[in-house]
Design a protein around this ligand. Structure first.
Ligand SMILES: Cc1cc2nc3c(=O)[nH]c(=O)nc-3n(C[C@H](O)[C@H](O)[C@H](O)COP(=O)(O)O)c2cc1C
Length: 196
């Protein structure tokens, strides 16, 4: 039987289609996919993902009671070998779309930390993740809060935080195209994620 291919899941967290983080995610996925991996991008804004209600119905089983698109996304998240999250900075954090998905992973947090069961279903060993972001301001601490959120989410999914690609001073739609190295850096970051 042929060995299954490595799976790279890209999460597009911006509601602005074709915006800066979308433009960065694409070459990053190309870089990762060029290593023979299977790639899939999920655009959060195109799916129905409600925020967590803290109903605690996931406590006994690790299964979330909200029947929406998160139900299949849980499976994608559990099976991915590599994850690339692209979210712009909205009010110093990730977008609402991204945060809703992250908060819904409370069910996986329960699986891991309450039920002491694996929160992952992949079969290739260590899982790794990359965080891509852009923000309009030029602040030294612009990405700190978002990075903290992403690291805590990755830990819940047993994904090691393998790198980040962060661009400040990028505001208008498509502004990242004028950056001299950003898209190339994104391709190389995707490649490096897989090559280790
Ligand atoms: C609701 C909202 C909140 C934002 N908050 C911030 C912020 O706190 N800091 C910042 O530097 N940029 C902020 N921005 C600007 C975006 O991060 C910036 O335009 C980014 O390039 C958008 O990426 P995208 O094209 O992938 O959506 C905000 C934009 C919006 C629409």
């Amino acid at each position: 039987m042929a060995a299954s291919r490595l799976r790279v899941l890209g999460i597009a967290g911006s509601p602005r289609r074709g915006g800066n983080t979308d433009l960065l995610l694409q070459p990053a996925m190309l870089g990762a996919g060029g290593q023979g991996a299977e790639t899939r991008i999920v655009v959060l804004d195109e799916h129905d993902i409600a925020p967590c209600r803290h109903c605690d119905k996931c406590l006994p089983s690790g299964k979330c009671a909200i029947e929406d698109d998160m139900q299949w996304l849980y499976q994608e998240l559990r099976e991915a070998d590599y994850l690339i999250l692209a979210s712009p900075i909205f009010f110093m954090g990730v977008t609402a779309q991204t945060k809703a998905m992250i908060d819904r992973c409370q069910a996986l947090w329960v699986t891991k930390y309450v039920l002491n069961l694996p929160s992952t279903a992949n079969s290739h060993g260590e899982r790794k993740g990359l965080f891509i972001s852009a923000g309009g301001a030029k602040l030294s601490d612009l990405f700190g809060p978002a990075i903290a959120t992403v690291k805590s989410w990755f830990a819940t999914l047993d994904i090691s935080y393998a790198g980040e690609l962060l661009f400040s001073g990028i505001e208008a739609k498509g502004a990242i195209n004028k950056h001299p190295t950003a898209l190339r850096e994104a391709f190389l970051a995707g490649q490096k994620l897989i090559q280790g």
